[in-house]
Design a protein around this ligand. Structure first.
Ligand code: IPM
Ligand code: MG
Length: 360
């Protein structure tokens, strides 16, 4: 029996998780043995237990084969002490499970090439993978804080830091991902200014000698941000650290038409993983039934591929999403002028029935 932890979280999280569970139910109906158990995380957990990552939630995650995660956060929590904010719950969870390898594919579905703000000829056929290191860098570096100087002025500070072993394991994950794709890896850093990323470049270069079949290149992050909108198809796998990966993956998402389309997998060394859309909780549209559930549904597909070794089911889900887009189903974020817009639940229903029809 496969055990999944379901962490819906805040904002649109519960709405889109419900649609992914519909898709899972189709597979269960075909006999797949999966048990699911839900737990509170983020602001929802703060409301219930005063903690964005309650012990019971972490325990459930530890004993699960994989975690399907919605989204966390909301403006009402931004006034809380930092430790109690929803984002801390997510970061603690990533750290506690050592989910260092964050795979963020950005793929343009042919049906959506015109939905991007970039010209279709720039993005058509785009298929890149960002491999973001997820448990180090300035996100977790110490010291950090806001202090008051003797003269009364406040100073905010963080520490950008990477150890050789952290870079090494992220690099291996990147090269291995490139091996499963088109054998090209572009490592992104800011070595012209930042020592921590000089070490990044040095270690990635060393690791690269173990992968002679993968073509390694290096790019500075400012140039990478520019190249992503100039000619995004030059990339196969982009390997980068935590903060640069956060920023570049949001940028890459818009190449695909909508941030509502991008799934992600966060893996540790044992293959256990957490699967979440790269978008946030979108409090501005929560509760209105208009969110796009496809990033969440595609995250479920990644879960089957990476944690359960069921690429067959991952492909079926992805094919069902494509068939749904082909049939003209569009939530508001991916609709072009004049196209009919459907709701979150209608999109989930459409994918679930395409999946049921697609059984071979
Ligand atoms: C992401 C998000 C998170 C991050 C936030 C919610 C803490 O932006 O997963 O990209 O910065 O990692
Ligand atoms: Mg982000």
């Amino acid at each position: 029996m496969i055990r999944l932890a379901i962490l819906a979280g805040d904002g649109i999280g519960p709405e889109i998780i419900a649609e992914a569970l519909k898709v899972l139910d189709v597979l269960r109906g075909e006999g797949l043995q999966v048990s699911t158990e839900a737990a509170a995380v983020g602001g929802a957990a703060v409301d219930l237990h005063g903690d964005p990552l309650p012990d019971a939630t972490l325990e459930l995650c530890r004993r699960s084969d994989a975690i399907l995660f919605g989204a966390i956060g909301g403006p009402q929590y931004d006034v809380l002490p930092r430790e109690q904010r929803p984002e801390r719950g997510l970061l603690r969870l990533r750290k506690a499970l050592d989910l260092f390898a964050n795979l963020r594919p950005a793929r343009v579905f042919p049906q959506l090439a015109a939905a991007s703000t970039l010209k279709p000829e720039v993005v058509a056929g785009l298929d890149i993978l960002i491999m973001r290191e997820l448990t180090g860098d300035i996100y977790f570096g110490e010291p950090r804080g806001i202090r008051i100087e003797a003269n009364g002025e406040r100073v905010g500070f963080n520490t950008m830091i990477y150890s050789e072993s952290e870079i090494r394991r992220a690099a291996h994950a990147g090269f291995q991902a490139a091996r499963r794709r088109h054998h090209r890896l572009c490592s992104v850093d800011k070595m012209n200014v930042l020592e921590s990323t000089q070490l990044w470049r040095d270690v990635v270069t060393e690791v690269g000698r173990e992968y002679p079949d993968v073509e390694l290149s290096h790019m500075l992050v400012d140039n990478a941000a520019m190249q992503l909108v100039r000619n995004p198809r030059q990339f196969d796998v982009i390997l980068t650290g935590n903060i640069f990966g956060d920023i570049l993956s949001d940028e890459a998402s818009m190449l695909t038409g909508s941030i509502g389309m991008l799934p992600s997998a966060s893996l540790n060394a044992t293959g256990q993983g957490m699967y979440e859309p790269i978008h946030g909780s979108a409090p501005d549209i929560a509760g209105r039934g208009i969110a796009n559930p496809l990033a969440q549904i595609l995250s479920l597909a990644m879960l089957f591929r990476h944690s359960l070794d069921r690429s067959d089911l991952a492909e079926r889900i992805e094919t069902a999403v494509e068939a749904t887009l082909e049939a003209g189903c569009r939530t508001a974020d991916i609709a072009q002028a004049g196209e009919k817009v459907i709701s979150t639940t209608q999109m989930g229903d459409a994918v679930a029935s395409a999946l049921a029809r697609g059984r071979t």
